[in-house]
Design a protein around this ligand. Structure first.
Ligand code: AMP
Length: 420
């Protein structure tokens, strides 16, 4: 059998590529508007970075990482997320010494050994941003607004912003103890997974999708009842900013997100339009991460959005309105063998002027070239035969109106560029 792409990975091409280009353009434009700098890190890192940065008791580290030993015997891992690599880079290059606020964005592939299905892949892509250096709610709000603007500008609307506060580390340890005590009392009613993670990572039980867990969790003590005044004030200030910006949200007291390093604000963009894959993106404040990775105290907040899911959501919302792209560019058709070579040179000249040009590479008949021009969906067809070669002219046909004019070869661009 011929070799196929690895399970859980996808090729991106054709019409779908246009959607990616548009998504990437939106990310760049929105990030620039918020004054964020693009940051690119390597696809693989030391395994230790994710073990420490994402947390030993998370699904990602426990069962989803692509970890391998390289020929030198080092344990490396294909990045499953971007926050730990960005924090590593920030520390390694002392970025905060140059500027006490680092606003960074990224877009690129991530790798997780997940069970593949629509919207869930083993290589997927994330767009995200990290705001490093500010402990204040304005930074949380800025990050949420950046994510929201990207979704909005891309044109998706059927999502909900859910938000919760996890408070400070002290708040969480008091709550954690109370939650473990409660879960122990109800251990028999919990799913096997939750029974296993109940002691190591009890907060994860709160956002379990298992019905048995949901029933128990409905009675569990709520973190919000344990919040101290400062944590409440932080959350309140973020919500005031979101209100003022006109961003709708829903406070979800059960939202905790999977990773160990979050504190204060956590949020998620969820949707009902993609079946079980209901999260499009999410993030939160991760003040403890710098010290976990040995970088001292450094407040930070960030988000990531799954690009595949964002595109799927757009498709779901716009299924009825998908329209054929407008005709674009020029097809230069050689009428007769003599014209084939000169056509290539005229094409190069036009390409240098910024015109999008297609020519025939299969030495086809004039009729077959016309068919090809239609398939290429060009706005103009330029025809050059023996007589045009002799008097340095070309016939330019407008493919939308059918109108035809003869022009000097040097003037082709002035006709076609008017319509670009
Ligand atoms: P997370 O880091 O798990 O919060 O993921 C952030 C976003 O990345 C999610 O909301 C999804 O949109 C996307 N994502 C996470 N895992 C996958 C996956 N296996 N396949 C596709 N998208 C994913």
């Amino acid at each position: 059998m011929s070799i196929q792409a690895v399970r859980g990975t996808r090729d991106i091409h054709g019409e779908e590529m246009q959607k990616w280009h548009r998504a990437e353009q939106v990310f760049r434009d929105v990030a620039v508007a918020f004054s964020y700098q693009e940051y690119r890190t390597p696809i693989f890192e030391q395994t230790e970075l994710f073990k420490r940065g994402v947390g030993q008791d998370t699904d990602i580290v426990g069962k989803e990482m692509y970890t391998f030993e390289d020929r030198g015997g080092d344990s490396l891992t294909l990045r499953p997320e971007m926050t730990a690599p960005i924090v590593r880079a920030c520390m390694e290059h002392s970025l905060l010494h140059h500027n006490p606020i680092q606003r960074l964005w990224y877009a690129g592939p991530q790798f997780r050994y997940d069970r593949p299905q629509k919207g869930r892949y083993r290589q997927f892509h994330q767009f995200g941003a990290e705001c490093i250096g500010s402990p204040h709610p304005e930074a949380d709000a800025e990050i949420i607004l950046l994510a929201y603007e990207a979704l909005r500008r891309y044109g998706v609307t059927s999502f909900t912003l859910e938000i919760n506060s996890l408070g400070t580390s002290d708040v969480r340890s008091a709550y954690r103890a109370a939650l473990i005590a409660f879960l122990e009392q109800h251990a028999g009613q919990l799913s096997e997974d939750s029974q296993k993670r109940m002691h190591a990572n009890p907060l994860r039980v709160l956002d379990s999708k298992d019905e048995r867990d949901k029933t128990v969790v409905a009675q569990a003590p709520l973190l919000r009842d344990y919040l101290d005044d400062a944590s409440r004030a932080h959350m309140e200030a973020v919500l005031v900013l979101l209100d003022a910006a006109g961003v709708p949200y829903r406070v979800n007291p059960y939202l905790v997100r999977g990773l160990d390093y979050y504190n204060h604000i956590v949020f998620e963009f969820t949707t009902d339009a993609l079946g079980t894959q209901n999260a499009i993106g999410g993030g939160g404040r991760y003040d403890p991460l710098f010290s976990i990775l040995g970088g001292g105290e450094q407040p930070a907040v960030g988000f990531s959005i799954g690009i595949e899911r964002m595109i799927l959501l757009h498709d779901a919302e716009h299924a009825d309105t998908a329209e054929k792209p407008a005709p674009h560019g020029v097809y230069i058709s050689a009428i007769g063998d003599q014209a084939r070579l000169p056509v290539q040179i005229i094409a190069l000249r036009l390409r240098r002027k910024g015109v999008h040009v297609v020519t025939d590479l299969l030495r086809r008949s004039v009729k077959a070239q016309m068919k090809d021009a239609n398939r290429e969906n060009v706005a103009f067809c330029v025809m050059i035969g023996e007589s045009e070669l002799a008097d340095q002219t070309a016939v330019v046909k407008n493919m939308i109106t059918g109108e035809q004019v003869t022009v000097e070869q040097g003037n082709i661009e002035s006709v076609v560029l008017q319509h670009e």
